[in-house]
Each structure stands twice: as C-alpha cells, then as structure tokens.
Design a protein around this ligand. Sequence first.
Ligand code: F6P
Length: 495
Amino acid sequence: MAQDLNQLFQSDPDRFSKLTLENDFLLADFSKNHIESLHLLNKEQLERIEIARNNFFGGERINHSEDRAAMHFRLRRSEVKDEIDQEVFTVRDQFLNFGDLAFHQKMKGFSGQPISTVVNIGIGGSDLGPKFLYDALRDFRGGTKVYFVSNIDGQALHDVLTEINAETTLFIVCSKTFTTQETLQNALTAKRWMIQQLGENCISHHFAAVSTHVQLAKDFGIDESRIFGFWDWVGGRYSLWSAVGLSLVCAIGATHFRELLQGAECADLAFEQDPIEKNLPVILAGIDHHYFQKNGFNSKVVAAYSHRLALLVPFLQQLVMESNGKGVDVDGNPVHRSGVVWWGAPGTDAQHSFFQLIHQGTEKLHVEFIGVTHQTHSSQEHQTKLLSNLFAQSRALMIGQKSTSPEKTFLGNRPSTTLLLKAITPRSMGYLVATYEHRVLCEAALFNINPFDQFGVELGKKLCNELLPFIQNASNPQNLDSSTAGLIQYLHKNG
Ligand code: F6P
C-alpha cells in the first residue's frame, strides 16, 4: 500500500477519534486501515447505496431474478404499520408461544413427559443462524437442550439419536422450501425412529415444522397447528428472525427472542436514518470496497476473540458469500469482481494456526477483529489476557518488526478493523447480525449485483439427482466424464 499506517498515526494524533464510531452496542475502530476519513465512497457509489436502501425498505421487488421483495426487516418491527406487519405479528406470537412452552418445559410429549430436548433439522439458513445464536446466547438459555442436524451424512443424525430420549424430544423440521434433500431425508429418518420408539400415533406430539410451504409439511405428516409459516420475501440466510428461530426460542425463551428482534430493529433504524458518515454498514462496505475492489485484496479474515462467537464465521460465510458470490450484475452482464472469500476462526486459537500467514504470508488479506469488553464469567485474568492478545495482533500487523534475520522480519503495514462489543446479549447479537445483513446489501449495491438469489447452488443439486440412480443401483453410468465414472466404479467395488 502506498500509505504507511504507522506514519498516518504519527502525523495525526487524533486519528483514533476521527476514525472510530461508537454507539450503544459497540465501538468500531477503522483507524488501522489505509484511510484518512470515513467518507470512503464517491457520490455515485453513495447514490447507488441510497437507492438500494430505499428500494429495500420500500418493499420493492429487488430480488428481480426471482421477482420477489426482500423484507426481512419487517420480521423485527415493533409496530404494526400495515397488513403484512399484522400477519407477521400474528405468526410471531404463535411461534413464540409455542417455543415458550418448550422453554418452560410445559409442552408434553406423547407419553405425558415434558419436552426437554429439541432437534432442529434444517440446513443453510434453516440451521446456521439459530445454531450460531444458540451457542452465542448460552448465558440466556433455560434448561431445554437443542441439537442441530443439517448434514445428509447419516452420522450426524445417528449421533444425536443415540443421545436423546424419544419421550422428551421435539423435532423441528425447518425448511423454507420443504424440498431440500438433506432436511427431508433427516426428517424422514427421525420420523421412522420416533415411530419405532413410541408407535404410529406419536408424531403429532413430537414434530413441528417451519416452512413457507405449509401443505408440504402437512403432507409429511405434521399437525397443522404445529406448522409455522413465513413468506417468500424472506431469504433463507435472512430468516432467523422468523419462525426459523423457533429452536432458539425453545432454548432462550420468547422474552429473550423479542430482545434479539429489538436489537436488530435498532440496526434497521440506524441503517435507514444515520447520516452516511456515521452509517456503520455503509462504512464497513466502504472499507471492503477500498481493499477488495480498489487494492486487489483477496479475502476477509474474521477473528472473534470470544468463545461465544465461535460459530459467527460459518454463519457469515453463508450470509456474505451466498449473497454476493455472483458472476453477473443486475443486468446479466459479467462482473469483474464480486464478493470475496470470508474465512476465520476464534482468537486466540487462530493465532496458533493460520496467523503465521496473516503476519508474514504473501496473501493480501483484510482482518476484522471482534472483541467483547464485558464477560459474564468471573475470571478477570482470562479476560485481560484475551483482550491483550486481540490488541497485540492488530498492532503487530500494523507496526511489523525489523530484523537482521529475514525470517524474523515482519513487513507490517497490514490493515485491520476492530469491532469491540460491550457485551453478548440478545439485543447486541440482533444488532450485530442485522448490521452485517445491511453491509451485504451495501456491498451488493457497489458490485451492482442481486444479493438475494442463489442459483449457484442449483447445478450441484441437479447433478446429484442425476447420479443418484447409478449409485443406488450400483450400475455403471454411460456418457460421463472418466473421473466421475471412475469414482462411481471405485465406490461400487469398495462401498
Ligand atoms: O442450497 C442453498 C439453500 O437454498 C439456502 O439458500 C437455504 O438457506 C438452504 O438451501 C436451505 O433451504 P430450505 O430452508 O428451503 O431447506
């Protein structure tokens, strides 16, 4: 980079205060980036963001390839403004009441025993958000335990089945489309297992479903009173605020879930109303644009120095990369560059794994550090060491180290952003996740792409269905490339 971060700090004693932003939830420090102000985007780029933001909040059909709006912000509104909100409020009350029964262990199974275990069967957006928050909000949980089963690998479900008691278990089949292969297979196996354990008539007591396709869930055998709907204007990866969050409600209760929604609503209002230079999603998108579009950086590393945020990265990977990993713009023309790779792991573990590459490797990476200032555990010694590690890493990346030994030389001048959350609470998590959602929208506006479709996942699904009969019947397929045919033959011999 042309500018040197260390010199930028030396030449401006106010750099930190100029390049940080503080609100009720966090402090965002952008000062260790190669920027001199938080106005990172030009007029035309800001206009594009403004249009995207207005169309989003205006309920326009911005997911044009699927001819749908994307209105997940409606799921966390605290006031009814129209008929759609009214419907959202009605379903919200229904699934919160249902989940609260499980939270208080007042829901009874077929044999009359209280439900104390929930198994969420879902994948992608029907899994990653609730699973991340189940882990993050551990301190807000009651006594109901939740397992998450997503993978089609039967091992995932079988491992859970060996640990649970059918009499006290509720399966929640969570699928926007109710056609996803993994989810339907896992749900079918779970249903067979449940019938084996408690008999044919038990299903209505031990299954619930969440879907936009209520009829398909009914056809599967789930009692209609236990099917919670949502709407095609909620994308899978933006759906945790809907009934997709039901398993989380069972764990943390309706009150905490409402707080989560309140936090997200704060992010919605801030995104809608804050001036551009104080608008966090816009600034975060601006920083990414600066490095990835203008300076050829290759990937984003997220290092959350919090055990509770261990599953943040898998959640963000779907949110960001399924949204913005696109090859064409909104007019169907090829794009030069779209979303980059996001990866990472919690600190300090990451320091003892891939941080070598971050400090001395040749990849051009941007790091986003996340820390939490207030902990609920009482061990201050751990907390001070954890945060000194975080601050030391961003400083080391920036200042580097001179040495007569080339191996011990750190070039430094490596940029990072630090987000310091005050605490992990339902409200702060709602705020954080919704802020990331809005950042994705801003980045998509800058790339001029549609962040709300995901056709890139379809081809693999189609080819899987084409290959399945050859694998099931152990027959040798014709007209296949020799690699795929060879792999299938090897499987037939060794499976
Ligand atoms: O395959 C990708 C995807 O469509 C995601 O976008 C979605 O979150 C996931 O599959 C699960 O889909 P569903 O909730 O319809 O089962």
